[in-house]
Design a protein around this ligand. Structure first.
Ligand code: GLA
Length: 518
């Protein structure tokens, strides 16, 4: 079991990053993984040694560098980043590591420690190559590769010929579990590509995260920027408020020291790309329809084509409204219970929906696969959730609240967030509802799904003094008999599925030449 830690930061050390600095190059593994007390987490040393040994077997030499990017837990602020609103995540210790050497061939060899699930792949060094068909795992590598070498010409023009590479991947981030394995993979590949091509002191963190977001959207999810940004900007021991507007900022948040964040995996995976038409991208489309309709009703545009706002944040900013006023707008201008295709056409003043929203990947599939769009419910969630993020930060920052009141307030906000995801955004699942309720019954102050939802993990806020009994009680989720159709995916090695976590370090490059770890 992980040390029983929490997201703790002294208020005096709170700071804001704007992403003009670079992904750091570390020379000591001992600086990379520390527990809350600043002690080295020695369990990573054998892991890195094993990567070196396997690398030698595969490629006949030692790796020149390691690049590494973490997964994340979103503490609060779900499905609002693509509407322009701030979110409040932290990085987790579970990460992707890529050991690599540059090669003189125009080829990228990618091996994975888990060679059964991820057999070896070879790619050309052509940055504009197509993604592979069928949502192949190597596409996430390609996302990171393209992020650096195929998106912003002011950077990729500095690279006359992309370098060949031999890579070995080791990932500890559970896939399709809502802790952002896809972005950790993308960011890790981007950092590796950036370093191999000598751009690591050219591309600042802010641009790197935006390019990773663009690349992941090219692969199919209409994602916001939370996952890539926290994977790059995270700092040890700090949760972050990430604001995307008006400019990208990562602001430290001190979660009280008397509580721990506990991640529990529902063991029902939810691969985003396999269900984009009915789940993730559909929600993005619903928010956009809602935005257009409100703008038209307010007289800001005659038809969808005249709407100048990209997201709800831009509309709210122009109106100068509070979140409560935005919630009132939803009540006044959108109808409960869903819109048919015809309802949407009428409200947007268009004859044909298939020619709009070209910037949302798989928009056509969204139209084909759904008969109703729940615009009131989705918009109501977005404004309520965006408000809760700031209420959460305000409670963390408050000098007026006692520690006890503070942690109760945070727990309540997390529960409200879950109920809104469940009832309004409809991105929970039976298992996540069961697991979050079990968490509340087992002593959590609050519990909510984390990440895109429809499966994956939940995060609970638990007082440190009841943590041990909380974890014991949570075991029943994993051990109880289940009906067919509700079987869990796998049930061994519980510590990987249920653990207390603390905010981990963001992406870095490790130079093994100097690493004090042998
Ligand atoms: C996924 C996306 C994020 C965010 C969350 C939901 O993780 O990649 O951008 O939208 O879902 O909050």
């Amino acid at each position: 079991m992980e040390p029983l830690a929490a997201a703790t930061t002294e208020a005096s050390t709170l700071a804001t990053q704007t992403g003009t600095d670079f992904v750091p190059v570390l020379t000591q593994l001992t600086a990379a993984y520390l527990d809350v007390n600043g002690n080295i987490k020695t369990k990573h040393q054998p892991r890195y040694k094993n990567i070196v040994a396997r690398f030698k077997q595969l490629y006949g030499c030692e790796p020149a560098f390691f690049c590494r990017a973490p997964g994340r837990v979103n503490i609060i602020g779900e499905h609002i980043d693509y509407c322009g609103y701030a979110v409040l995540p932290a990085a987790i210790e579970q990460d992707f590591v890529m050991a690599y050497v540059v090669s003189d061939k125009s080829e990228i060899e990618v091996n994975n420690i888990d060679k059964d699930q991820f057999p070896a792949e070879r790619l050309s060094t052509e940055p504009f190559q197509k993604f592979k068909e069928g949502h192949h795992w190597i596409n996430y590598f390609l996302c990171g590769y393209k992020a650096v070498l195929a998106i912003d010409e002011s950077y990729y023009n500095k690279v006359p010929a992309p370098k060949g590479m031999k890579i070995l991947i080791d990932s500890h981030v559970p896939p399709a579990a809502g802790v952002s394995s896809s972005s950790a993979f993308t960011v890790c590949a981007a950092v590796t590509t950036m370093h191999a091509n000598n751009l690591h002191e050219v591309i600042p963190k802010g641009d790197l995260s935006k390019m990773c977001v663009t690349a992941e959207r090219m692969a199919g999810t209409a994602c916001g920027g939370m996952d890539q940004t926290i994977s790059i900007f995270a700092e040890m021991g700090k949760a972050k408020l990430i604001e995307f507007n008006p400019t990208l900022k990562a602001i430290d948040v001190a979660v009280p020291s008397s509580v721990s964040l506990v991640i529990a995996n529902s063991l029902t995976p939810s691969p985003k790309l396999l269900t984009v038409g009915t789940r993730y991208n559909k929600r993005v489309v619903e928010c956009r329809f809602g935005l257009y309709i409100i703008a038209i009703k307010l007289g800001k545009a005659a038809t969808y084509g005249d709407v100048k706002y990209k997201n709800f944040y831009e509309l709210q900013t122009e109106l100068g409204y509070s979140f409560d006023q935005m919630l009132d707008l939803v009540k006044t201008h959108l109808k409960k219970g869903g819109y048919s295709h015809d309802d949407v056409k009428k409200a947007l003043n268009v004859g044909d929906l298939s020619n709009i929203l070209k910037d949302i990947p798989y928009f056509f599939e969204v139209l084909q696969q759904n008969v109703r769009f729940h615009l009131y419910e989705r918009a109501y969630h977005v404004f309520g959730e965006a408000q809760r993020v700031y209420q959460f930060k305000a409670a963390c920052d408050s000098d007026a609240l006692s520690e006890e009141d503070k942690v109760h307030k945070l727990g309540t906000l997390m529960n409200e967030s879950h109920y809104s995801c469940r009832d309004l955004y409809e991105c929970s699942s039976d298992q996540l509802d069961e697991l979050t309720q079990l968490a509340r019954d087992s002593g959590a102050l609050g519990s909510r799904l984390t990440g895109a939802g429809w499966g994956g993990c939940c995060v609970s806020l638990v007082k440190k003094d009841v943590l041990a009994s909380f974890l014991d009680k949570m075991h029943s989720y994993y051990t109880k008999e289940r009906e067919p159709g509700y079987q869990l995916w796998v049930t061994d090695d519980l510590d990987r599925y249920l653990f207390a976590t603390q905010p981990a370090k963001g992406a870095f490059i490790l130079d093994p030449k100097y690493a004090l770890w042998m």
